[in-house]
Each structure stands twice: as C-alpha cells, then as structure tokens.
Design a protein around this ligand. Sequence first.
Ligand SMILES: [Zn+2]
Ligand SMILES: [Zn+2]
Length: 263
Amino acid sequence: MWIDSHCHLNHPKFDGLPPADIANQALGQGVDGMVSICCRISEELPQLLDIAALDDRIWCSIGTHPHDAGIEAEQAISEEELIRLAQSSPKIVGIGESGLDYFYDNSPRDLQEQSFRKHIRACKETGLPLIVHTRDAEEDTRRIMDEENKDGKLKAVMHCFSSAPWLADWALEQGFYISFSGIVTFKKSTELQEVARRVPADRILVETDAPFLAPMPNRGKTNHPEMVALTGEFVANLRDEKVKTFAKQTSENFFRLFDKAAA
Ligand SMILES: [Zn+2]
Ligand SMILES: [Zn+2]
C-alpha cells in the first residue's frame, strides 16, 4: 500500500538484522516498494545492488551524503564516473542523497558544495531524479540548485523535509517533490505539519529514513520501512484525506518521479 521512498536497508543500526530480513518484513506488512539510499558510493554500491536484486520492489540510489563529501574515495569519483555508474543498472533509480548539512558540518562546506554540484550535473545528464539532503542550509541549497538548474529541467525530491517553509515553496515552484519522514509526526513539528498540509497532492512523498527517525508512537526506537504507514496515516489525517487515497496518490507520485522504478 505504501512506498518507502527513502531508507537505508544496509545500515548496521537495524539491531544486526540482515537487509533481506528488514526488506521482507516490510514487504509482508503493506510496503509495496522501497528505495535503499546510498551515502558512500565507494563502499556501499555493490551491497545496495545486491539488496535491490532480492526483489522487484526494492531499488537503490547512488550518491555521496554531505557528511561523507570530504572522504577522498568519494571525491575521486568524477562526474563522468558517477554518470556511468548511475546508468550501469536498472535498479539505480535516483542520484543522492546529496546536498548540504550545516547542522553537523561533518565535511568542509566547500567540499559539500562541490559534491552537490557534481550530483546535480549527473542528474541533468542522466535524467534521473536527485535526492536532496539539506539541513540548516536553506540559502545555499537554493543558490546552488538555481545556479545548476538554469533550464529548469532538474527532477528532485527534498527528502526528510524539515527546512524553513519558504524552501518548500521555492522547491514546489521548481517542480520538485517534498518528502516527509517521521519528523512530521512529532508533537513539536507544528510548522512542518503546516507545510505537509499545503503541499499539492501530486508532489508529496513519504519515507522512513530508517533506521533513523521512527514516527510516533515509536519515536526513539529503531525505525523500519513498514513504519512508513504511520507517517502516511498521520499526514493523510493532517490533510483530511482518506488514508487509502493518500497512499495511492503518494505511490503514483513516487513512480512519476522515480520513473526508472516504473519501467
Ligand atoms: Zn538525509
Ligand atoms: Zn537518508
């Protein structure tokens, strides 16, 4: 019934459970598809492709997380190489997660920017959607994406949206999608809930970002892809929509944006 547009099936924080178990449990509990997101191409890609090979309903992405933009092996991957790799498998349906994280600043900001630009260019070249991670970096996110997307042809999703509402407005104007994680279910997320209420129906996605950010009432526990239903139901209620209708709508949105997954 739901698609988890963003999770990390290979993450060690799943209480030591193998990715196949995590995925199968989700597929048995109402999840119709999931994208396992790449953070370090140099280390993760073969593993993510193996996981995606387990089932027709599992896909993956390729990309360097802003936290890892300073790693030499990631910097060594040229734009051309990124493009070549992204096109090397039908299972790779998006590029990212890439972007800017000024909350943690785990990598120098200039290297985050360099990596972000490389990913945007690879998206424009391949037509694949960009999975954007941005935290405490609204101005630079808009500036860089505007500079790299002069022709307006970039396809993108603002994943785990938790930025200022104006960034959502800007993203929607660009034709981008907004994806909500468990954060939207937290009591204090009133501003974010307001954003989730007004994103147009054809531009909204849901995700878990599992194993992180479990939605209420599981906050603080290990998140799993099937918990996407809790976030989905919460947002459907916020928007006064029937849960089934909203699930169908978000799945249609997913396949429109990640059209390689629909093929
Ligand atoms: Zn992220
Ligand atoms: Zn993530």
